[in-house]
Design a binder for this molecule. Structure first.
Ligand code: ADP
Ligand code: MG
Length: 611
């Protein structure tokens, strides 16, 4: 008996939709990209209930003919490529002809569209892949898509959607990723009848300013310098934050040929360019636009993926690094350190630990190698950071970002492979070095523990337990603090509010973007709660994960790092012993959750090498 049959289109489309349209934000992305591909110069986005009830995109682009309007809903129907070879010269955002077929499989769709040459437009109503109505209509030139009741026929998907705040945050994120790379297009965004954004056409700089400025008094772009380089391989333009920039908001964006991308390797190039220039709690913001021959990148990316493969990744890495270095230097903001000279200084450095172990009397990081791509470069070698309490925001965010993007194991792992300590839980001697390291002799050599990292790991486990069991206690503040946020930050804060209260934060919304912090976890009593919360938000922004567990971990790590014993704190012998014993009784005590070495050994051989 034959058992195989073809699935009806409506079912096949619904299955395919699960891949392309995962949430309102992905639906919006597809629609807006279509408007851009249709050469629209003004795109209006109307969102109701974070996209659950309505997502509407109105453009003044070239519109569709009556026939095309119907064809557009078919799977693999596209006007953008005709053959496989077209893939190599691709300059449009879409090309698969899947988006509309997917959207109409899982929503009620109304389409109105008219081309400039036509007197009448076309109206089409589709629901669950079925055309319900098609008739001529009077409408402006361009296209108007209304997506109503997304996932009305896929209850599982609908249930899978997060809170309105989270879905709106995702929508805003997709929106920024597009608006920032099309500055000549006007974007109007309305959510629940309120004008959220009206971006007028202008330069890239003006667009970024419009999106991120918080108030009219300070210029956001003043904190940036331009980068610009043109080579045969690639043109790179954009803006990178001045190292001394005081903004707390870290925005990191790469675009290639008009498309947002994530690129952990190029991110490393940026971080390398800044090595040694950033204060410990700072990460650079950047907006970097690559323009490259489309055949030199892999265009056949899945619509929901943002990673893009470059044929000449290594060369571009170097070009980018050099371009940023040059700009930072030109604007006379790079410290005048001569790296070669530093490396010839004959100062002993811990062989086991590539990061930041520095002889306290010399104000440079001797183990710094500007061309090494190891994680070590993320740690600011800025000497100030060695003596100041330090929350290591950069590294924390970076670590998880790479972790999330599935990058290779942290360098620390490979540099410290043989450390198998015989742990003595009551050591005879213990002392502190440079108000930063705890040292104790052992039969194998001198054990060195990074006090901040050790404490971070211990607190990480504590907070993680609290967040999963919601057992955090709140320490009420005598003077509640008020937090004013941007629209994007507010949606993010709302999205994590429950998790924050699980660990002991007491946060009330005052208005749409104002919040009052009435209580904090007792571990954070000594810290500035505003800074702690901003750190969490920015770390989350950087990693951009939408996986709940992943962002819980990110949040917990950020909290732990802020609450941990800082560098520069003198510890009593009892405190050191306590930290040591807590550490060695913790799982995986050799590395922080983001892969940095906590404990290192200076063996007899290492010591001998010094003489
Ligand atoms: P793709 O963008 O990959 O071609 P879509 O399913 O997103 O596939 O769209 C199918 C086709 O519908 C597009 O190729 C385009 O011809 C047409 N189309 C979609 N949206 C618009 C729009 N806003 N304006 C004009 N044409 C559009
Ligand atoms: Mg498309």
């Amino acid at each position: 008996m034959d058992v195989i049959h073809l699935l009806p289109d409506s079912v096949a489309n619904q299955i395919a939709a699960g891949e392309v349209i995962q949430r309102p934000a992905s639906c919006l992305k597809e629609l807006v990209e279509n408007s851009l591909d249709a050469d629209a110069t003004h795109i209006t986005i109307i969102v109701t209930d974070a996209g659950r009830t309505l997502l509407q995109v109105i453009d003044n682009g070239k519109g569709m003919s009556e026939r095309d309007a119907l064809m557009a809903f078919e799977r693999h129907a596209t006007s953008k490529i005709a053959s496989a070879s077209d893939l190599y010269g691709l300059r449009t955002m879409g090309f698969r002809g899947e988006a509309l077929a997917s959207i109409c499989a899982v929503a009620h769709v109304d389409l109105q569209t008219r081309q400039a040459d036509d007197e009448m437009g076309t109206f089409i109503e589709v629901a669950g892949s079925r055309v319900i109505r098609q008739e001529p209509c009077v409408c402006p030139i361009g296209t108007n898509f209304k997506i109503k009741d997304l996932f009305f026929n896929v209850p599982a998907r609908r249930k899978f959607l997060k809170s309105d705040a989270t879905e709106l945050r995702n929508i805003m994120q997709e929106f920024y990723r597009i608006a920032l790379v099309y500055p000549d297009v006007q974007f109007t965004m309305i959510h629940d009848d309120e004008l959220v954004m009206d971006l007028t056409p202008g330069t890239y700089k003006q667009r970024i300013e419009q999106v991120f400025k918080k108030n009219l008094k300070t210029s956001f772009m003043q904190q940036f310098v331009d980068i610009h380089t043109e080579t045969e391989l690639v043109n790179i333009r954009g803006f990178v934050g001045k190292p001394e920039d005081t903004t707390k908001q870290t925005q990191q964006y790469f675009f290639v040929n008009g498309r947002y991308m994530r690129h952990p390797v190029f991110h490393k190039a940026v971080m390398n360019a800044y090595a040694g220039m950033l204060a410990a709690d700072k990460a650079p913001s950047y907006f970097i636009y690559f323009d490259i021959d489309p055949s030199a990148i892999d265009v056949n990316i899945h619509p929901t993926k943002t990673e893009i493969k470059f044929a000449d990744e290594q060369a571009i890495f170097q070009i980018l690094l050099a371009a940023i270095r040059e700009s930072l230097g030109k604007f006379d903001i790079a410290p005048s350190l001569d790296f070669d000279q530093e490396q010839t200084l004959n100062i002993p450095s811990m062989p086991q630990n590539p990061e930041g172990v520095t002889s306290p009397h010399v104000k440079v990081d001797t183990s710094y190698n500007p061309f090494s791509q190891s994680r070590g470069n993320y740690v600011p070698s800025n000497w100030k950071g060695l003596y100041e309490p330090n929350t290591k925001r950069t590294s924390v965010a970076q670590g998880l970002q790479e972790f999330e993007s599935g990058e290779e194991k942290p360098a620390a792992e490979s540099q410290n492979p043989t450390l198998d300590l015989q742990i003595d839980s009551t050591p005879d001697h213990i002392f502190q070095l440079g108000e930063r390291y705890i040292m104790l002799p052992s039969p194998q050599g001198l054990i060195v523990i990074d006090q901040h990292r050790a404490s971070t790991l211990i607190l990480y486990h504590q907070f993680y337990q609290e967040i999963t069991a919601a057992t955090g206690v709140s320490h009420q503040l005598l003077f509640p603090e008020t937090l004013d946020l941007s629209a994007e930050e507010s949606t993010m804060l709302l999205a994590i509010k429950d998790d924050l209260s699980a660990v002991g934060f007491d946060i009330e919304a005052l208005g749409k973007t104002s919040f009052v912090i009435g209580g904090v976890p007792p571990q954070l009593e000594q810290q500035n709660s505003l800074v702690v919360l901003m750190n969490i938000l920015h770390n989350l922004q950087e990693t951009g994960s939408s996986v709940h567990e992943q962002w819980q971990k990110q949040m917990v790590l950020s909290l732990a790092s802020d609450a941990a014993i800082p560098y520069g704190k003198k510890l009593s012998e009892t405190e050191m012993l306590q930290l040591y014993s807590q550490l060695v009784h913790t799982d995986n005590y050799k590395y922080t959750p983001d892969g940095k070495t906590i404990i290192s050994l200076w063996s007899l051989t290492d010591v001998k090498k010094l003489f």
